[in-house]
Ligand binder design. Structure first.
Ligand SMILES: [Mg+2]
Length: 470
């Protein structure tokens, strides 16, 4: 009789004397039943290596029979200021184990809740099957948040059910330590910004990112050309090519001085990526990027919306700084399109939008075959962070993972065990699933709205005919 999945597989073919402690178990019907090898008792035991039996004794999860595991519930706790607002989800099962996921920062928990009745009764260990069932309910940017939250929680559950870390289920590790890059908002002058970045370096961070762009110079006469009366809000809601905003030579010089002052403080050796240039036209993007060549930036991020790949390619072909995008792209297909067009030097998925752990690994693997490296965007709680850490560990072309919360004091303790960075690196844990659980003592003090994984019966009955074809 074959071993039951999730108990323990007992390889055969070796005859090794058993230690007394193990022999005492041999022949006990209940013991072998718990291992899923039936009542064969001593005849099976004689074929089992001693070390395998000892491992079995330690690893059998008597609460979990993965093939019979069923999803019974989906609940939400909405966290504030992590630094973003982030809905956490908990998926419960019929065997008393729960898995956790996180809806993309800034998104509504509704994106996850509307999936509840579509996953109830499913086996959470069938991660890809469930993902394919629900992925039609995801979309780009925050709209992907619900599907990805569920996918994270499924890996957490599958890992717990089988007793292995999520990265192991993805194929195993390429690395134990995950290089982090620190996001740093753009404020003040370049020297001050350099000092903030220097603090990151002192904490062990080995890869930096900062924001700089037209919002730093918008009040300087003659730095940018803007349609008269256009507000910053109007500009923020208009895609880059359609704002009519261009940077003047004076503006380019000011931003160059800013980055020069930063490099003056931090030196040229450490990688320095950049983001949030403002909604400017393609020619301004090219002028700005050319001015940055001498500062050797690690990348310039989202210079135009990813939905405009021809413009992205125009910029990429014209400049000598790596061009990167991807944090708002849902699923592999649009990454494939950008990569095949030659529109990017690097990709930058956020797995809370891209489709979760497995889809992000697939995206990375596709890029790898075409010589494109993968950095990973992240701006949430330690739940999504750990999902990213597992994926980063298991994806060969990974370069660095964003950490957006180095200044949030309670962030490390939002889970148990607490996040412990090794300088500027995260450590891929050996614990099952994602390897962390939400810490209610800390998180209950940081709820966006009342409720800690309260019942959600209002989402039990939603009905629709979901098939996308006839
Ligand atoms: Mg960004």
């Amino acid at each position: 009789m074959p071993a039951q999945p999730g108990t323990t597989h007992l390889p055969r073919g070796k005859e090794v004397p058993l230690k007394p402690s193990v022999q005492s178990l041999v022949g006990r019907r209940s013991f072998f039943k718990s291992l899923g090898v039936g009542a064969a008792g001593a005849s099976v035991a004689s074929l089992v290596a001693e070390t395998d039996v000892e491992a079995a004794v330690q690893n059998v999860n008597t609460n979990s029979r993965p093939s019979d595991l069923k999803i019974t519930d989906l609940r939400v706790a909405h966290i504030a200021r992590a630094p973003m607002q982030c809905p956490l989800i908990r998926i419960d099962t019929n065997q008393g184990i729960s898995g956790y996921g996180e809806v993309r920062d800034g998104a509504s928990p509704t994106y996850a809740l509307l999936l509840k009745n579509r996953i109830i009764g499913e086996n959470p260990c069938s991660v890809d099957k469930v993902f394919r069932k629900i992925k039609q309910f995801g979309g780009h940017a925050r709209q992907g948040g619900g599907v990805c939250a569920v996918e994270m929680a499924l890996w957490d559950l599958a890992g717990k059910a089988y007793g292995v870390p999520a990265y192991q289920l993805l194929g195993g590790k390429f690395r134990d330590r995950i290089r982090l890059y620190a996001d740093t908002d753009g404020r003040g002058d370049g020297h001050e910004q350099g000092l903030r970045l220097r603090e990151r370096m002192n904490a062990g961070i080995s890869f930096l990112k900062m924001d700089f762009g037209i919002e730093l110079i918008r009040d300087v006469p003659g730095a940018i050309s803007v349609p008269t009366g256009q507000s910053a809000e109007e500009r923020s809601l208009t895609m880059h090519p359609f704002t009519g905003v261009e940077i003047t030579d004076k503006g380019i010089a000011l931003l160059s001085d800013y980055v020069a002052a930063v490099r003056e403080v931090i030196g040229m050796e450490i990688p320095l990526a950049s983001d949030h240039f403002g909604h400017i036209g393609v020619n301004s993007c090219i002028k700005l990027a050319k001015a940055m060549t001498k500062f050797n930036l690690a990348w310039m991020e989202d210079m135009v919306p990813w939905q405009l790949p021809n413009l992205m390619k125009t910029i990429k072909d014209a400049v000598d700084i790596p061009i990167l995008t991807g944090e708002d792209i849902y699923l592999k297909e649009d990454f494939v399109k950008l990569i095949d067009m030659g529109a990017v030097d690097m990709i930058h998925p956020d797995l809370a939008t891209a489709g979760g752990l497995l889809e992000t690994k697939k995206i990375g693997d596709y890029a790898m075959e075409r010589g494109i490296p993968m950095a990973m965007h992240f701006a949430g709680t330690p739940i999504s962070f750990m999902a990213s850490v597992h994926t980063a560990a298991a994806t060969e072309n990974f370069v660095c993972l964003e950490h957006h919360s180095l200044d949030v004091k309670w962030w490390n303790n939002a889970v148990t065990p607490a996040i412990e960075l090794d300088g500027g690196f995260a450590v891929a844990p050996d614990r099952p699933g994602l390897g962390v659980e939400p810490n209610p003592e800390v998180l209950k003090q940081h709820l966006l709205e009342p409720g800690w994984f309260e019942p959600t019966p209002q989402w039990d009955k939603e009905r629709s005919w979901d098939r996308l074809w006839s």
